[in-house]
Write a protein that binds this ligand. Structure first.
Ligand code: ZN
Length: 212
């Protein structure tokens, strides 16, 4: 019988070390001889295929799945399941997590808690409510250098909630964060590149399930 936390959620803005912390915890489970898997959504195109990578160079093998229900196809033999970039799954992730918890699995989930507007992002806030452990990691603010960055500032013009790419964002503290409306009015920001077609489908799913 697995002891300890059952649903751990690691949140924060970009560059806060979420994926690195997820990989660290999964590695510890592996050291304890527990069968593990890590899954991430297809939407995240930044990591190498079939890997989850952190910005500080850690990497671990991962299953890339197009939607949350697909996780159940791969989870039967795993005892500990890591889910990275959870914000890119829609709210279908919630019943999947509930199913896995009923099956006595341990889940470690990481993701952005807030989108570029500073609004709750996809299923992550719900998972935070369901979790028995939540860690909110902070990054270094790229504007003032403080250690308290908790917002993801978008640096390009786009109204899409999901726009994948590290160069288009920076971590900001709550004092330096400029909501996109005000920010875009004051600065001439470059237009975001057109999204790859598969993202449009996922955006439609998110728009349909996340009221904003
Ligand atoms: Zn700041």
């Amino acid at each position: 019988m697995l002891s300890g936390y059952r649903l751990e959620v690691i949140v924060g803005c970009m560059s806060a070390g979420k994926s690195s912390e997820l990989i660290r915890r999964i590695e510890r489970a592996r050291l304890a001889y527990l069968p593990t898997i890590i899954v991430r959504p297809t939407t995240d195109t930044r990591s190498k295929p079939n890997y989850v990578e952190s910005r500080n160079g850690l990497a671990s093998q991962a299953l890339v799945v197009p939607d949350a229900k697909e996780i159940l196809k791969y989870s039967s033999h795993a005892v500990v399941i890591g889910i990275d970039e959870a914000q890119f799954f829609n709210t279908d992730l919630i019943p999947v997590v509930q199913t896995l918890l009923r099956q006595k699995k341990k889940l470690i989930v990481s993701g952005l808690d807030l989108d570029y507007k500073g609004d709750p992002f996809g299923p992550v806030p719900l998972l935070m409510a369901m979790a028995d452990r939540v860690d909110k990691l902070l990054a270094v603010c790229r504007k003032c250098g403080s250690d308290f960055a908790c917002r993801t500032q978008r640096l390009v013009q786009s109204d899409e909630q999901i726009l994948v790419g590290d160069a288009q964002y920076e971590a900001r503290c709550i004092h330096c964060f400029e909501p996109p409306g005000e920010y875009q009015l004051r600065l001439e920001l470059p237009l975001a590149e057109t999204n790859p077609p598969h993202l449009a489908v996922i955006q439609g799913m998110v728009a349909g399930t996340v009221a904003s």
